[in-house]
Design a protein around this ligand. Structure first.
Ligand SMILES: *Cc1c(COP(=O)(O)O)cnc(C)c1O
Length: 458
């Protein structure tokens, strides 16, 4: 086979590996990545065909500066020549200290609210969420409220795949039904109204419902946890920023901590550095991850206020009870510092605005397809929602033929391109997404009055 250093690689994969949310040895197509550079992946299919595609997913929100970025490559190589890893118990190093200082400087702030100034470095987003939830419970216990062990969240959320994180994911669309004995006990309010259709009245009605639920359970709740402004893997649902103000008020009224999961939204993706900045609302605890290292290495961070840190440290346990083996991995921290350095030059803001405008105009024609229920954009995120479940295999293959890598889920075909994407790249992405849906789910244009069709989202 041509270039065949590894003929049958995909077959060997099928024999040995698991893939995300997949059965063992699935029949589903897989593509080998032969190269990745800038916004482009070179894929090789099982039959040997090659495709150069634009990565519309930024490898699940993470590769914001593109592949093989010279500044990130140089940072990794510099750190490799120094040391790749040391334990973080009893030891420290410059990359971790610099990263903590950068994160504190960047974190959302608001007049009259304490800053987020203490940083816990975790090895993935899910672990950062675990640590945030653990910290909230330890805070309540140390504050004399040991009965406050549950969490309030909103429907449609996604916070990760470890057990405590899964427990605050949407109780129906999340994975709760598979683990009934392990995931009970949290409290869920309805999701806020969609940003595109919200009215002052609908936000008010949502706020009243939230207030009731919080009041009913306040004595047993430790914290509220939400993805601010944009729910990601739970359904790509954008909601009005003023809902964050409501969440802050409810948390304060009942002595709950407010946790913002910015793992997907952080580092500019929604048009502000953090989604919390859309409302100027401060959480007590924040999680970041995904784009933190520009997609080079796995790393996440949990930030909290000095008060929360001091209370937990002064509690009976005397410590935050968590400490991963690879905590503060120097290589990951060094690349994160380089990535945040690029963010620090501020060009991301114009990039995200430009990409957002390109997605908005490029995806508009998808509205004309009968299969399409809604098209929405926020920051550098574009979403096409279908009436029914996406044929993931067929849409993925069709998009690849159009030179685009997308990974649809449920009834959503969506994109969050790297910030370095050009206008031509965005045009290729939006045209490819729209064409793939049209080819697989039908070209029939929407008819007037089509809203009468089933609104059932898969
Ligand atoms: C992806 C994600 C997580 C989980 O992060 P992992 O690194 O996959 O563990 C948690 N919360 C949100 C909002 C996410 O998008």
């Amino acid at each position: 086979m041509s270039g065949g250093a590894q003929p049958g690689l995909i077959g060997r994969d099928r024999a040995r590996l698991w893939h995300p949310y997949a059965p063992a040895s699935p029949d589903l197509p897989l593509w080998e990545v032969e190269a990745a550079d800038g916004v482009r992946l070179r894929l090789r299919g099982e039959d040997g065909t090659r495709h150069e595609v634009v990565d519309a997913m930024s490898s699940w929100w993470s590769v914001i500066h593109g592949y093989r970025h010279p500044v990130l490559d140089a940072a990794a190589q510099r750190q490799l020549r120094s040391f790749s890893h040391v334990m973080f118990g009893g030891l420290t190093h410059a990359p971790a200290v610099e990263l903590a200082e950068r994160l504190v400087d960047m974190a959302p702030s608001a007049p009259g609210r304490p800053r987020l100034e203490r940083v816990f470095l975790a090895d993935s987003g899910s672990v950062a969420v675990e640590v945030a939830l653990k910290l909230a419970v330890q805070f309540q216990t140390a504050s004399g409220h040991p009965q406050r062990q549950r969490f309030l969240s909103i429907r449609g959320g996604y916070h990760g795949d470890t057990f405590a994180a899964m427990g605050v994911c949407d109780p129906v669309d999340g994975m709760h039904s598979a683990f009934p004995g392990l995931l009970a006990g949290n409290v869920f309010a309805p999701r806020p109204p969609a940003a595109s259709s919200a009215t002052p009245e609908s936000v008010q009605a949502w706020a009243a419902g939230l207030a009731d639920i919080a009041a009913m359970h306040s004595g047993e709740l430790a914290a509220i946890i939400v993805e601010p402004v944009l729910q990601g893997a739970g359904g790509m649902h954008a909601y009005p920023a003023e809902c964050l103000t409501v969440l802050r008020q409810v948390a304060d009224r009942h002595g709950l901590l407010l946790i913002f999961d910015e793992i997907a939204t952080g580092f500019g993706r929604t048009g502000e550095l953090f989604a919390a900045d859309h409302a100027g609302v401060m959480p007590d605890i924040m999680c970041g991850g995904k784009a933190l290292t520009g997609g080079y290495l796995t790393l996440a961070a949990m930030l909290c206020t000095a008060e929360v840190a001091a209370t937990v440290s002064g509690g009976q346990a005397g410590a935050l009870l968590h400490g991963p083996t690879f905590m503060g991995n120097p290589l990951a921290c060094a690349v994160a510092n380089a990535s945040l350095g690029i963010i620090g030059d501020g060009a991301w803001r114009a990039d995200v605005a430009r990409i957002g405008a390109g997605l908005h105009s490029g995806l508009a024609s998808a509205r004309d397809l009968e299969a399409v229920r809604d098209v929405r954009t926020i920051g550098a995120v574009g979403v096409i929602e279908l009436h029914n479940a996406v044929d993931v295999t067929a849409v993925t293959a069709a998009a690849i033929r159009h030179g685009v890598w997308v990974r649809p889920f449920r009834n959503l075909v969506y994109t969050m391109p790297p910030y370095i994407s050009t206008a031509a790249d965005i045009e290729q992405i939006t045209a490819g997404m729209t064409a793939a849906i049209a080819e697989v789910h039908g070209r029939v244009p929407a008819l007037a009055g089509g809203a009468a069709r089933s609104g059932g989202a898969a």
